[in-house]
Design a protein around this ligand. Structure first.
Ligand SMILES: CC(C)(COP(=O)(O)OP(=O)(O)OC[C@H]1O[C@@H](n2cnc3c(N)ncnc32)[C@H](O)[C@@H]1OP(=O)(O)O)[C@@H](O)C(=O)NCCC(=O)NCCS
Length: 338
């Protein structure tokens, strides 16, 4: 019997909302509280599929048996903000037929592998729900002793918290998400670009002196200008931590150029670069394009072959006086795949 999680897609909202109803029915019958998830439909799930939450579908031997979502930003109670390194386990539900098998606990532990920057998790639940208490305790949560009641008809909530060691665990991430970058994230994007291209600079001996224009040295104003020009900028997130980046600029009606494709060194070789590349193709197609161009260091044979394995074709090289390497060019044509 195996328990797994996957990123919830919009097409699962109906099925999950039925399970949510079944799971929360006993609680609603007890409290008749207006905020009970028993009263909510698929729209309640759809509105959480965004950058501010992480919603996962829970599977038991490949059968959908529940859902779980974490709030990453905003409030975790009327008076508490969710801070850096903090995650709020906002809801977990398992179909009644599958309860009491440890599925929720295992799902929680799987979710936590996706959040490498997490230091504190928070959860709350009606204080007299013994089963919930045991589930969260078995997943490592502890009673803070705090109790809260957020509306007259709602039950008194017990507030639990889990503290995670600050050991860094990049190997656990398997389900990162791609979202468009906001203006306030540009510095974080720059850090990811600098760190990622740092390995290239090291490999080819590039320094501020011999190659000041290399991507590993670009200043923030470059990204700010690109955002102002309307470039399509995307980041890859493991929970709240940015672990990858890429952008697309529109060069003509059907042609885009891919820039600064990057995955942090400690997250490489997990298919995340391909995930970003595939997203670039999807975005180009969605915007009416069918060509993506890339410029790279020609001597980087492994990278060049990787692009070729991902549907790109080598189109030429150029030697510039000011660059200590040869520039290589590749192109992907959506039509090749039709
Ligand atoms: C290119 C890059 C985004 C790929 O990220 P990734 O998450 O490792 O990509 P994937 O897991 O989808 O693919 C891994 C493959 O990338 C290829 N690859 C590309 N560059 C590589 C490099 N310098 N060293 C080793 N493998 C490399 C290999 O074929 C590798 O296959 P493997 O995992 O079987 O060894 C990442 O290596 C990176 O950020 N490099 C530095 C920045 C850069 O060169 N960007 C491209 C600019 S044109």
């Amino acid at each position: 019997m195996s328990i797994s999680i996957k990123i919830t897609s919009a097409s699962e909202a109906e099925e999950l909302s039925q399970i949510q109803k079944e799971a929360f029915k006993p609680l609603y019958e007890k409290f008749h509280d207006k905020g009970n998830p028993f009263l909510r439909g698929p729209e309640d799930i759809l509105r959480r599929l965004n950058k501010f939450n992480r919603y996962f579908t829970i599977l038991y031997d490949d059968k959908v048996v529940g859902g779980v979502f974490y709030r990453l930003y905003g409030k975790r109670s009327p008076s508490d903000e969710i801070g850096a390194g903090e995650y709020y386990l906002a809801r977990i539900y398992i179909h009644p037929d599958y309860q009491n098998k440890g599925i929720a606990r295992d799902a929680i532990l799987l979710c936590e592998k996706e959040f490498p920057d997490a230091r504190f998790y928070y959860v709350d639940f009606p204080e007299d729900m013994e089963k919930n208490r045991r589930c969260y305790q078995s997943a490592g949560y502890c009673d803070t002793g705090e109790r809260a009641c957020w509306s007259e008809d709602a039950p008194v909530l017990a507030m639990f918290k889990k503290t995670v060691s600050d050991e860094f665990e990049p190997a656990g991430v398997t389900l990162p998400m791609i979202y468009e970058v906001d203006k306030n994230e540009l510095q974080e994007c720059l850090d990811v670009i600098h760190q990622s291209f740092g390995t290239v600079a090291e490999q080819f001996g590039l320094t501020q002196e011999n190659c000041p224009k290399h991507t590993s040295f670009i200043p923030l104003v470059f990204l700010e200008a690109q955002m102002n020009w309307g470039w399509h900028m995307y980041a890859l997130y493991a929970g709240k931590k940015m672990i990858g980046y890429m952008s697309l600029s529109k060069e003509s009606d059907n042609t885009f150029e891919l820039h600064n494709l990057a995955v942090l060194p400690e997250y490489r070789h997990n298919g995340f670069g391909k995930l970003l590349l595939d997203h670039a193709k999807d975005i180009a197609k969605a915007l009416g394009g069918n060509v993506i161009k890339i410029g790279m260091i020609e001597e980087s044979t492994v990278l060049k072959n990787w692009y070729i394995a991902n549907g790109f074709v080598h189109t030429g090289t150029k030697k510039y006086e000011h660059l200590p390497f040869t520039s290589g060019y590749l192109e992907w044509k959506g039509d090749y795949l039709l």
